[in-house]
Write a protein that binds this ligand. Structure first.
Ligand SMILES: *Cc1c(COP(=O)(O)O)cnc(C)c1O
Length: 378
């Protein structure tokens, strides 16, 4: 059996052709592929505006700025995410408040959020403040990890009640819907990532989803060095060079053509793993509620002895990975607030194993992975 990679990109569509066309056109920074790619993502997600940005991380940075996050603010997010979520919050000069996760869905615990806001925060004017520090809490950032989504209606309602901007880190959830509405379209802004391991890729890239023209225009302005004249080098604020370049957007357009097929395949992979591993009662899976139509971006199992399992599978040329270390345990974030009753994040994080789930994986490969996992747990 050949090595089974964790999650490989799938470039079997029009990628080469579109990249060639984009280079032939000599339009490198901006150009028609960027526009087409943005339109294609807007149409698929139902977002009114989609703005191509250099990465999921930089898109989140811009989304937080659009949401009005300012230096010294606090921003609530989940304790179980890829580090980029917390980094983007820090870039604005704000600090994160990490919230523990729901032990079943592995997403930000909304009950805990409501309890925290009620007991430890207060509203004044159109703002929410944290009692213990008197600092303003300006936004809440749910992260739709592995493609799953929390109860978005309830979350949006809580955000509204407490005057918190809702910014979704939808980096992993292109193709995921809550009650028929696409992830990233519920609040002030949502962000996507096209890093090479994501469900579609542009090698590196991201996108910001917004529901009003003003926000989309401001995003474009900020990511192009805040240039305010077409001729003069006049810049009206501190801007960023966060554009998504045309040849990468060309890859993205070809990937969007394949997205529906990729989502189908991811669902099939999740179904096969769930079915074949059901014989082992000690293995737990992420719970997806009936309101959520997940893209099943990455299949993860929760098991005891996760690190030993990872090593055992590696000896059979099966590439797997642990889940992310809880954000509150990472050196740059150890001094930030962590709100938790039972620290579910720790258990889920250290028991999580990401299984191979490239869209090119075969039934035989999935069966082989499952056989080896079953062999490991006698
Ligand atoms: C991948 C990812 C990001 C960052 O995206 P990049 O394009 O790599 O910058 C942010 N948040 C989450 C949850 C991610 O998985």
């Amino acid at each position: 059996m050949l090595p089974i990679p964790l999650c490989e990109p799938n470039l079997s569509g029009n990628e080469w052709q579109y990249v060639k066309e984009s280079l032939d056109s000599n339009w490198l920074s901006g150009g028609s592929f960027l526009k087409k790619f943005e339109e294609s993502v807007a149409e698929y997600t139902g977002a009114t505006y989609a703005v191509g940005i250099s990465s999921g991380t930089t898109a989140l940075h811009i989304a937080l700025l659009l949401a009005g996050v300012q230096p010294n603010d606090l921003v609530i997010t989940t304790n179980l995410s890829f580090v980029a979520t917390a980094n983007a919050i820090k870039y604005t000069g704000a600090d994160p408040i990490f919230l523990d996760i729901d032990p079943e869905t592995w997403l930000l615990d909304i009950k805990l959020l409501a309890e925290f806001l009620k007991k430890q925060c207060y509203a004044e004017g159109q703002s929410c403040f944290h009692k213990a520090t008197n600092r303003r809490i300006s936004a809440v950032v749910p992260v739709h990890i592995l493609g799953n989504m929390p109860d978005m209606n309830e979350l949006a309602e809580i955000a509204r009640l407490y005057h918190l901007a809702l910014v979704e880190d939808a980096a992993e959830s292109l193709g995921s819907f809550y009650k028929g509405q696409h992830s990233g379209t519920f609040g002030e802004a949502g962000t996507l990532s096209f890093n090479s391991n994501k469900i579609i890729t542009t090698a590196g890239g991201g996108m910001l989803l917004a529901n009003n023209e003003q926000a989309a225009k401001r995003a474009k302005h900020l990511i192009t060095q805040a240039k305010s004249s077409t001729l003069e080098y006049l810049h009206d604020e501190v801007g960023y060079n966060y554009r998504l370049v045309n040849p990468l957007a060309a890859i993205g357009l070809a990937q969007m053509e394949q997205l529906p097929g990729f989502v189908e395949k991811k669902k099939e992979i999740a179904g096969l793993y769930t079915q074949q591993l059901a014989v082992l009662p000690e293995i737990k899976f992420q719970k997806i509620t009936p309101d959520v139509n997940s893209n099943y971006w990455h299949f993860v199992i929760s098991v005891k002895n996760s690190r030993e399992l990872i090593q055992f599978l590696a000896t059979h040329s099966i590439e797997t990975r642990p889940l992310w270390i809880p954000l509150n345990e990472l050196p740059p974030y150890r001094n930030d607030l962590y709100i938790s009753n039972e620290n579910h994040t720790q258990q889920v994080a250290y028991q999580g194993v990401m299984l191979p789930c490239s869209t090119s994986i075969t039934l035989e490969q999935i069966t082989f992975v499952c056989e080896k996992i079953i062999e490991f747990y006698p």
